[in-house]
Design a protein around this ligand. Sequence first.
Ligand SMILES: [Fe+2]
Ligand SMILES: [Fe+2]
Length: 329
Amino acid sequence: MEKALQEYPAESSVDVADLPGRGGAGPLTHRSQDPRPERTSGKGKGTELVDLKQLIAQADALGPLPPTTVRLAEMADNLDSNLDEIADLIEFDQALTIQLLRAANSAFSASPVSIGTVREAVARMGTKQVVDMAIAAGVKPILQSSLPAYGLDEGALWRHSVAAAVGAESAQGFCQVELPPEGFTTALLHDVGKLVMGRFLSPSLVGLIRHAQEADLLDPLAAESLLLNVNHAELGGRIARRWNLPPRIIQGIVHHHQPGYGRDVICDVTHLANQVAKHIEAGLVGSGFEPSLAPGVAERLGMPPQAMDDLCLLAAARFELIRSRYDVV
Ligand SMILES: [Fe+2]
Ligand SMILES: [Fe+2]
């Protein structure tokens, strides 16, 4: 992993601490190192098109994540020594326990013996699976809304999020570096900023962003940044920080489109997971096309060229298998 970190770009462009509103609601301060397009006018166009302060206030006002979900996310890197606390935490939350047992029994529907307690679920499925399921159950209500501005109907963001989480979970077998245990949760939440951004994008703003993409050949994230002075990845990081999620998860969300600037393997695996999810959703698995990755990602993860096809096939098969477990339609 040390070797991989050395291969990141020397400058980190957007640090979590520099996000809009951190110590004031101003725009990003590292524009000169930022890979996004520079504006030519003195005043950012975005400040004229959308009220940045209002956008940030909306991100801050998004409801809290259930405390159980936050605590489980915090324990991701030390699951084995926290077994009792994990079971207690989940059992304390009755609604979560019901959801988890329903999911666990659907995963083992062929078994004649049903799973009746959280500890039985842990014994049958393993701690990691149970924690991942519990985290997914905690964020599901938040990620289910429709987002017409992004062309996402009700449930589409949730499907994409679960597909990405499965992509992250499947990636270890294809990477030579050790992947962080926060990968599942980070991938699950990587697009949470779209929840806020989507509410602010009027049809005319969506048209402008599309035009900016076509006219200036910008990717969607760069077009958001150019026109609005902030993008959904940065807003997602802001939301994750307000939810008190661990710094590594915040880092992965902020840099999921430009992982080289995150200087942490969590950014690379979240980026990979997002691309795998898009590939699955587009029905391209096994088509001969491969998801494209940002420069340096495959090298830093130690992914051989032929691994991408196999990863997509495995992730797509797992996604199909767990659709009912996570209640994904
Ligand atoms: Fe995204
Ligand atoms: Fe995404």
